[in-house]
Design a protein around this ligand. Sequence first.
Ligand code: HEC
Length: 257
Amino acid sequence: MAKFRNLLAAAIAAAGLGLAPVPVEAAETPAPPEHTWQFEGVFGTFDRATVQRGLQVFNTVCSACHGMKYVHFRNLKDIGYNKDQVEAIAAQYTVTDGPNDQGEMYQRPAEPTDAFPFPYKNKEAAKNANNGAVPPDLSVITNARPGGPEYVRAVLLGYEKAPEDANLSPGQYWNKYYPSHKISMPQMLVQGVVDYQDGTKATPKQMAHDVTAFLHWASNPHMEERKRLGLKVILFLIVLTAMLYAVQRKIWADVEK
Ligand code: HEC
């Protein structure tokens, strides 16, 4: 209804003033606020302490509903964990394996070669538990959404009191940055939900920053390698240009005289 009213208002304004109507979606969902990340820029890297805290948030909070089917526990050694630590983190998760000799599927603790499992038996069970919405796989979420990490961080912090005419169904929450505003994920990052191992104060903003940085690593595990290679290529091109210039000067030195 609100959408229709806005559309009508925009159409009237456009007819009256000869202006193009404002796109309704853009007008309704504000752009996520700018945020500074350590991984930005040519020299940006994933700060190990940040992404490790982000993993702690994911393990403690997000993994109750979300999986990451393209992120394997063994990949965690890229963010500073050794073999034993990777095994210990994997063992906190349960995966379904099989069939065994009797043809039955069975549950076992996850191993480094497993991916972060989807915690529900199937999509229907997930829907049933989440007001009809399936918690999406978060493997590439910061690449998959327009607005990237800024958007993910904004949604995690964007819970507000719903307007009077919002008509939320039970199990829906009002989120300033979610496209329809009505999201079936409750506000998860509240004070006290995580107790950081490294002593950092786990405010909602800190947790949102850390877990989003972790998810951005998950989406772009080769970013650091790519940037390093890019820099090497540029350095090589500079050296090559200098050498070619020197050679050119030498070759033409006599001719110019
Ligand atoms: C209680 C279950 C639950 C938990 C815990 C949970 N989520 Fe969600 N999440 C959902 C559901 C359900 C949706 C789909 C919402 C919808 O479609 O309305 C969702 C959607 C999302 C989205 C996608 C938004 C979009 O644009 O589609 C992101 C990103 C997300 N969750 C991140 C997280 C992170 C990060 C955490 C941990 C801090 C987390 N979630 C914890 C249930 C959960």
